[in-house]
Design a protein around this ligand. Structure first.
Ligand code: KG4
Ligand code: ZN
Length: 343
């Protein structure tokens, strides 16, 4: 079966074709992403109206490109999967109404996917043999959450950020440092020549058994630190790489400690990281090192599958479909975009 995935929850217009077969499992045939980073860069964050307008311009060409690259026709698609939540409603609606129209015209099933489930299951596109249960550390621009994944569709929420998400903290820090948007890759690049021990930014652990996160304190600490200097920081006495490296280390330390605490509390020997921040090299390397020391296997998808993409939506759509988590009436006509819906 061929599945077309569509993703427009934030600032990436994406479409992907995956093929599901007994011999090869889920295989990506195309994965097209039209990023809007250039548009939002000058604002230091995503502007919903601009995102929506650009999704409308991009959606048809992106779907056409995904079909062409996969070498298939729209009539060959057996299932349509689209992100319905959470995200910017005006952005979600572009993908959702497009998917509804195409599926309805072709009389094919359409399944609505939770974007967070897409991130969590993206690992199965590359490592189909990962066994349950595992702890999922989901770290993106809008979410920082820990789940116990006991099977497809069986997710237990263990902890979440009480304020900023980790990616959001990177984005806000990058804005303060005038390094551009998205902030995570910009901070990572700047940090590569810095000393992570030069500034001791706070690590918020809340309390010793808590699996919740808080990143607003480290952001405020960065602001207070910068207030002692006069911008532009690139020409003042601040050495930007040291600031970026110390900030990155503070965030990564907390993410790692909480993920391993979750694995210990639930006696789980596998951790999977997912979401845009999971493409951070320091996070990946330090997670693997700690995993090797503690006998815990750590997995992460390739960077292209960490940040927003539609292959993960097609993948989660497939598992939802086979799990019978699919209601043709609701999924066709009543399905609506939802900014907040939890997993
Ligand atoms: O998953 P994603 O593409 O979109 C959301 O669902 O939010 O994640 C985007 C977030 C942004 O906050 C971005 O700064 C962060 O992921 N990010 C990174 C890196 N690449 C993207 N953070 C740290 N290091 C990176 N290399
Ligand atoms: Zn995402």
């Amino acid at each position: 079966m061929l599945i077309l995935g569509i993703e427009t929850s934030c600032d990436e217009t994406a479409a992907a074709v995956v093929e599901v077969s007994h011999e090869h499992g889920i295989k990506i045939k195309s994965n097209i992403i039209a990023s809007q980073h250039e548009i939002h860069n000058k604002y230091g964050g995503v502007v919903p109206e601009l995102a929506c307008r650009r999704h409308i311009e991009n959606i048809s060409p992106v779907i056409t490109e995904a079909l062409n690259k996969a070498g298939v026709k729209i009539n060959d698609i057996g299932l349509f999967a689209v992100t319905k939540c959470p995200g910017l409603v005006v952005a979600l609606l572009v993908g959702l109404s497009t998917a509804k129209a195409i599926a309805y015209a072709l009389k094919k099933p359409l399944i609505g996917v939770n974007h967070l489930e897409g991130h969590i299951l993206s690992i199965f596109l590359e490592k189909p043999d990962i066994s349950f249960p595992f702890v999922s550390l989901l770290v993106s621009g809008g979410h920082t959450e820990l789940y116990l994944i006991e099977g497809f569709g069986k997710y237990k929420a263990l902890g979440r950020s009480r304020d900023d998400a980790a990616g959001e903290a990177f984005d806000k820090a990058s804005k303060m440092l005038k390094l551009g948007y998205p902030g995570g890759p910009a901070i990572e690049k700047t940090a590569s020549s810095g000393n992570p021990l030069s500034i001791n930014f706070p690590r918020a652990y809340i309390d010793k058994d808590s699996l919740d996160f808080s990143f607003s304190g480290v952001k405020t600490a960065l602001k207070n630190y910068l207030d002692g200097f006069i911008p532009p920081y690139s020409t003042s006495s601040i050495f930007l790489p040291d600031v970026a490296a110390s900030f990155q280390q503070a965030i990564v330390d907390v993410l790692i400690n909480k993920a391993f605490l979750a694995a210990k509390m639930y006696n789980v020997k596998t951790i999977v990281i997912a979401g845009g921040v999971a493409s951070n090299k320091l996070l990946r390397e330090e997670m693997k090192k700690r995993g090797a020391a503690e006998g815990v296997s750590v997995y992460h998808p390739s960077p292209i599958l960490c940040t927003d993409n539609a292959a993960m939506i097609a993948c989660a759509g497939y598992y939802g479909f086979v799990a019978q988590d699919f209601n043709p009436d609701i999924d066709f006509y009543d399905m609506d975009a939802d900014a907040e819906m939890k997993l």
